[in-house]
Design a protein around this ligand. Structure first.
Ligand SMILES: Nc1ncnc2c1ncn2[C@@H]1O[C@H](COP(=O)(O)OP(=O)(O)OP(=O)(O)O)[C@@H](O)[C@H]1O
Length: 313
């Protein structure tokens, strides 16, 4: 179990105590020491052969553990295939002790909770964000719940500067600040699957596997195992138009009849922007404008992970 002591505004330790009173004797607990450490610990746990790898934290911890697990599983599967073995990836368990716990919400809603030692886990889809770095090297990042480019990336940047809120109030305030700082929407070219690309003023593009992004219900009907992203593209809404949209987005999801809201279900998205992009993956910053990346691609990998969520407390 990879445990982020900084999750849940540092209330994680207390939230975990009751869980460990029940499961502690069957768990190898590995606390993180810094951001990014959870991915390294997850990769090491795959190489050590653990059958279940749990992320105890919020969505950032879930993201890092899943990314590290999948990356290491790719390597061990390659080695196992070379040696004629099956190389099944470990089960990914979520112990939600963070603030928003968006991924746990979707897992629980669709599959219910499961004990940590139960063998059953559900095949779920995974997203892969890929780009070419400024040095010309290809890079990628797995995500399990959501990925957002443009405004949501800038909202994530703003949220890091606010230490005293969490959940929807945190991301609501961060959205207000990001909107205040934003210029007019730029002309992005977006291509879904093998549809023709379209170019137009775009605030943001979102790809959801789960239902929520930063606590906002952006994809109320999303399913974790349908082989599709629920996509949302926000067009040239004015700041005032965006402000009017936000409360509904938090509670009910995007309107289906709004002229600047484009919804869909797709397997891949290619985004090209004239300026460097801000992109988050599961709420963790994957790209900031200083990275000078203007093009990203998102691909859905169906049933790539076996996952479950455990009840806490
Ligand atoms: N030991 C640590 N010290 C400080 N930060 C850490 C540590 N380990 C991980 N982190 C970072 O803590 C951040 C927050 O973690 P996480 O998202 O799990 O909790 P949360 O923000 O409370 O939950 P949620 O995302 O569900 O609202 C992540 O960006 C992660 O990289």
């Amino acid at each position: 179990m990879i445990f982020n002591p900084a999750a849940g505004r540092r209330r994680a330790r207390r939230r975990l105590a009751g869980f460990l009173a029940r499961w502690g004797d069957r768990v190898t607990l590995r606390p993180t020491a810094r951001p990014g450490h959870a991915a390294e610990l997850a990769a090491a746990a795959v190489r050590e052969g653990f059958e279940t790898i749990a992320a105890a934290g919020g969505d950032g911890t879930v993201h890092e553990v899943a990314d590290g697990l999948l990356r290491a599983a790719d390597q061990t599967a390659g080695q196992a295939t070379d040696q004629g073995e099956s190389g099944a990836a470990p089960v990914f368990a979520v112990v939600p002790i963070g603030s928003a716990n968006d991924y746990a919400h979707s897992l629980q809603r669709q599959f219910g909770t499961a004990p940590l030692d139960a063998p059953e886990a559900h095949p779920v889809d995974v997203g892969r964000l890929s780009w070419t770095a400024a040095d010309g090297a290809p890079r990628d990042r797995y995500f399990v719940c959501c990925c957002g480019a443009g405004l949501p990336g800038r909202v994530t940047l703003e949220s890091r500067k606010i230490g005293w809120l969490q959940g929807v109030p945190l991301y609501g305030l961060a959205a207000l600040r990001a909107l205040r700082a934003a210029g007019p929407p730029e002309e992005w070219t977006v291509q879904y699957d093998d549809e023709p690309p379209t170019t137009g003023p775009t605030q943001s593009v979102h790809a959801l596997l789960g239902r929520r992004e930063g606590g906002f219900l952006l994809a109320p009907d999303a399913r974790l195992d349908d082989g599709l992203f629920d996509t949302l593209r926000l067009g040239p809404a004015s700041r005032w138009g965006m402000l009017k949209l936000l409360p509904g987005l938090a509670r009910r999801g995007p309107p289906t009849d709004h002229p600047h809201v484009e919804l869909g279900r797709r397997r891949s998205i290619q985004i090209d922007s004239p300026s460097p992009l801000a992109v988050h993956a599961d709420g963790e910053l994957a790209l900031i404008p200083a990275d000078a990346v203007r093009s990203v691609r998102l691909d859905l990998l169906p049933g790539r992970l076996r996952a479950k969520v455990c009840a806490v407390g």
